[in-house]
Design a protein around this ligand. Structure first.
Ligand SMILES: Nc1ncnc2c1ncn2[C@@H]1O[C@H](COP(=O)(O)OP(=O)(O)OP(=O)(O)O)[C@@H](O)[C@H]1O
Length: 300
């Protein structure tokens, strides 16, 4: 099956600043993908490129088997809700739906009307007077009524209170299920990602740190606790993501086959998604803080 998003050596440079570098991705269809990473990691850059709003400066990106925004038909297959869920302040809710119907060949009017009624939005209400939560719901409704194959959200629930956020994410999941669509959402809220996403991308320091099915990633990563020497001499093939030494014991977050770890002088524990993400973000942060090698060192 064609990947929903495929990137090869994808890069984006803004002037002298490299916002994305050497990103390789191949995401299967039908997933809810969480894109996480620290501020300035390049998440919006990747999402904007996926929608064709900005162009790569190196490498390639394909969305649903074609270049992003390759044609009007391709544009219709992708629903995008940008950061801060922008709306036209002077237009009413009903105007937004009319505009959606005009611009989108597969517009599902009944779905849009039903949703607006369900969330209690007054069609006559000016969008500029909606609360952050109502605006997010309007934007979600418009994106879903396009009946896209892929929904892309840049921090969709950032401005919402916990209850509104839970409602918004439930609605998002309903849509994804009803439409049989894939969804990519960037978020800083790791519990949200853990709740709704089955595929994870950690982006930090302009690079993909790790990507894959959440269940597979959780099965492949472990917390090892043991003596400093044992944790310092792990078997070959065990990838250490993060290690911390305390006076009494050391802890390592590792990627390894469970069998490689059996019988060692350490205890093996499972990780949750938050710990896994933080381990990769910390590693990227530490790597970025290392001074660049001198020409002599690099040549050695
Ligand atoms: N139009 C632009 N011109 C110059 N630099 C930019 C531009 N857009 C983004 N950048 C820079 O590129 C880097 C990545 O930005 P981006 O917005 O993609 O990060 P992000 O991961 O979405 O961050 P956040 O979580 O804070 O929204 C940042 O250093 C940002 O300052």
């Amino acid at each position: 099956m064609t990947p929903v998003l495929e990137a090869v050596k994808l890069g984006k440079r803004y002037g002298r600043h490299q916002a994305l570098m050497d990103c390789d991705l191949s995401i299967p269809q039908g997933r809810v993908i969480g894109l996480v990473g620290p501020n300035g990691a390049g998440k919006s850059t990747l999402l904007n490129m996926s929608c064709g709003l900005i162009q790569p400066t190196s490498g390639t990106i394909r969305v649903l088997g074609a270049e992003p925004a390759a044609s009007p038909a391709h544009l219709a297959k992708v629903g995008f809700v940008a950061q801060d869920t922008p709306v036209y302040a002077d237009l009413s809710v009903a105007d937004h739906l009319r505009m959606g119907a005009k611009l989108n060949p597969r517009w599902d009017g009944p779905l849009a009307q039903r949703r607006i009624a369900q969330i209690g939005l007054d069609p006559k209400h000016k969008a500029g007077r909606l609360s952050g939560g109502q605006r997010a719901q309007l934007a979600l409704t418009i994106a879903a009524a396009k009946r896209p194959e892929l929904l892309i959200f840049d921090e969709p629930a950032a401005a919402l209170d916990p209850l509104a956020r839970a409602g918004f994410l439930d609605n998002l999941m309903e849509f994804v299920t009803d439409l049989g669509a894939s969804a990519i959402l960037s978020s800083h809220a790791l519990p949200d990602v853990e709740r709704v996403c089955d595929y994870l991308i950690v982006l930090a320091d302009s690079r993909i740190q790790v990507a894959g099915d959440v269940s597979g990633l959780l099965a492949d990563h472990h917390r090892l606790i043991g003596g400093r020497q044992a944790i310092g001499e792990l078997p070959a093939g065990v990838e250490v993501i993060r290690v911390e030494h305390a006076p009494s014991e050391s802890t390592a977050i590792v990627r390894a086959d469970q069998r490689q770890l059996a019988g060692g002088p350490w205890s093996v524990e499972t990780l949750d998604l938050e710990e896994l993400v933080l381990a990769y973000m910390t590693r990227a942060n530490q790597a970025a803080a290392q001074p660049a090698p001198t020409v002599m060192e690099a040549q050695r």
